[in-house]
Design a protein around this ligand. Structure first.
Ligand code: GNR
Ligand code: NI
Length: 173
């Protein structure tokens, strides 16, 4: 296993639409394992491949709470096949926009089709925080960050704070 480098805003790879994967083989599973390790090391609950510089449609998620048994999920080529009319607002953060948070509105539940770690087709109904995390990650595969889903004014304020925090920490955050 290996920890991968995280790409942060405004790296252009985060704006690119990622490519579909055509087969789940050992090399791909190794990448999924490394993504999971990277996510755990940075205390994230989800991670998409573009965040580690790989423009492929791969996501890992673990929404288990602290002190709970880990429950890793691997989503290859995830697709939202249904979204609820009902919307929900929740506070989001992103490892690629470190130290910042904002409220984002999204469908409250979504049905997602994907291939699992073994390349088998799966479909799940994601609700509550899993719905938020899965939509946040699938957005990454389409080059969309949660800050693209907030008002211009809020985004400008958030990006100013990010810039300030980076300066204060000696540029590297
Ligand atoms: O660790 C993360 N926490 C989080 C909190 C609220 C909504 C979404 C997320 S995902 C984020 C990790 C990340 O940046 N994934 O892309
Ligand atoms: Ni993110």
């Amino acid at each position: 296993m290996a920890q991968l480098k995280l790409y942060e805003y405004p790296h252009p790879i985060l704006k690119k639409k990622a490519e579909k994967v055509d087969k789940v083989d050992d090399a791909l599973r190794k990448l999924l394992d490394d993504m999971l390790e990277t996510m755990y090391a940075d205390n994230g609950c989800g991670l998409a491949a573009p965040q580690v510089g790989v423009s492929k449609r791969l996501v890992v998620i673990d929404i288990a709470g602290e002190g709970e048994e880990p429950r890793p999920m691997y989503l290859v080529n995830p697709e939202i096949v249904w979204a609820s009319e009902e919307k929900e607002i929740s506070e989001e953060g992103c490892l690629s926009v470190p130290g910042q948070r904002a409220e984002v509105e999204r469908p409250a539940s979504v049905r997602i089709k994907y291939l699992d770690y073994n390349g088998e087709a799966q479909e799940i109904l994601a609700e509550d925080f899993l719905a938020v995390a899965a939509q946040h990650e699938i957005d990454h595969l389409d080059g969309v960050l949660y800050i693209d889903r907030i008002s211009r004014l809020k985004r400008q304020m958030l990006l100013k704070k990010l810039e300030k925090a980076r300066k204060e920490s000696g540029s590297k955050i």
